[in-house]
Design a protein around this ligand. Structure first.
Ligand SMILES: CC(=O)N[C@H]1[C@@H](OP(=O)(O)OP(=O)(O)OC[C@H]2O[C@@H](n3ccc(=O)[nH]c3=O)[C@H](O)[C@@H]2O)O[C@H](CO)[C@@H](O)[C@@H]1O
Length: 395
């Protein structure tokens, strides 16, 4: 909003409907020819702690790129020209990495830099004055093969005021659930239902299309959420809120287990990431597993089962066994260590013969000394030091 006001001061006689972004970007003044989107990236990612102590959830590396980069690239691919990123928690990490968006070929602006608690719809409200036409809002947490263009066109065809992409899941209790009528108009919506209230397994996938005027329903400067406030309000007022059920891959990476699942799904070809460059390095694989490494790694012959996804500058000693695990950058794993279904943070030292069991997460900058054992589902906080031959068990 601030930016537009500034521009209006510079060009005080531009009629209101001429958006200044056309002037900035030199794009053609064709209605509908310029697409804008909003990316929600202010959340804390609490369920992924300790991985989110030093990085916001969207910046968690996924095949050595921030997770959010994939959805941003999908927006670019569908023709989006300008993205407003709603930042908050650890915003600098996002802003430093993506800058003005020129490397991705889009124009990026950041909003809610003061991290005011406005909720997702309230924070979008702040940038809506800069948006002239139908636009998309996407969560930065999701990895999906959903055809964003098809969703956008569906919204247009239905003449909806808002359309929610709906995925089908087995357990809907962690999500917002919707019931649609035969024309896919949403008739009921409930955020995070109790098991007995779970009347549908069609869930809000965190990807929406809106007409800007919907935001007249959103109070300025107040906390207002899409799922808890805006969608129920639209239903109360009988406004056209549509669902777009889709069957393509979708994973909202809520927990360490769903993060590992998403990695596995890339190797299985279920989740397609153009940038993932998944390779199987034959010769290093004893049981038949797939390995993906970043740059400048020093790796001895080691055993992989399932997969090992390894960041930059990682050192791995002899006879290490890695099974369905992810190792972030700058980490050292000494001889004979065994790591199973775990996520090892950045700049971690894992001593000789250390055993890390399934479901564990080791926070950044930690040291696990020789022959220690980390039990199943243990979260080791950042900067921890686990002395030699220690045993850490879950609660
Ligand atoms: C209340 C809400 O939205 N619920 C939806 C959200 O649940 P979920 O519990 O995942 O909602 P979160 O609050 O974690 O975050 C949703 C999105 O909003 C962003 N964010 C969050 C808080 C904040 O202050 N600023 C901000 O930008 C997050 O980065 C994220 O991209 O996504 C699910 C799909 O994944 C949907 O099924 C839920 O209906």
């Amino acid at each position: 909003m601030g930016e537009r006001n500034e521009q209006r001061m510079i060009f005080p006689f531009y009629p209101l409907w001429v958006s200044t972004k056309y002037i900035r970007s030199g794009k053609q003044l064709i209605l509908g020819g310029y697409m804008q989107a909003v990316l929600m990236a202010g959340g804390k990612g609490t369920r992924l702690l300790p991985l989110t102590v030093y990085r916001p959830k969207p910046m968690i590396p996924f095949f050595n790129r921030p997770m959010v980069e994939y959805i941003l690239r999908s927006l670019v691919e569908m023709g989006v020209d300008e993205v407003f990123i709603l930042v908050g928690y650890l915003k600098e990490r996002i802003m430093d990495y993506f800058g003005d968006g020129s490397e991705l070929g889009i124009e990026i602006h950041y909003s809610n830099k003061d991290n005011i608690k406005l909720g997702t719809a309230g924070a979008t409200r702040k940038v809506v004055d800069m948006i002239d036409d139908t636009f998309m809002v996407v969560s930065s947490d999701v990895l999906t093969n959903l055809d964003l263009k098809a969703l956008y066109e569906y919204h247009k065809k239905k003449k909806a005021l808002a359309t929610i992409a709906l995925s089908q899941v087995e357990d809907p209790t962690q999500y917002g659930i919707a019931i649609v009528d035969s024309k896919n108009r949403i008739t009921h919506f409930k955020e995070k239902p109790k098991p007995e209230e779970a009347f549908s397994n069609l869930v809000n996938a965190g990807i929406y299309v809106f007409e800007p005027e919907v935001f007249d329903l959103v109070p300025k400067g107040q906390e207002f959420d899409y799922s808890k406030n805006l969608f129920p309000k639209m239903l109360d007022e009988n406004l056209p809120l549509y669902g777009f059920p889709f069957k393509e891959y979708w994973n909202d990476v809520g927990r360490p287990s769903s993060f590992l699942q998403a990695i596995n799904d890339v190797f299985l070809g279920k989740l397609k990431l153009p940038e993932a460059r998944v390779d199987t390095l034959k010769g290093n694989v004893e049981y038949g597993g797939a390995i993906f490494t970043g740059q400048r790694c020093r790796i001895r012959r080691f055993n992989v089962r399932g997969f090992a996804v390894i960041g930059d500058n990682v050192e791995i000693g002899r006879n290490v066994k890695i099974e369905h695990s992810v190792i972030f950058s700058n980490t050292v794993i000494e001889e004979g260590a065994e790591i199973k279904e775990a996520i090892i943070g950045e700049n971690v030292y894992i001593g000789k013969g250390v055993l890390i069991k399934e479901g564990s997460v080791i926070g950044d900058n930690s040291v696990i000394e020789d022959f220690s054992k980390i039990g199943s589902n243990v979260k080791i906080w950042v900067e921890s030091r686990i002395g030699k031959e220690s045993i850490i068990l879950p609660d």
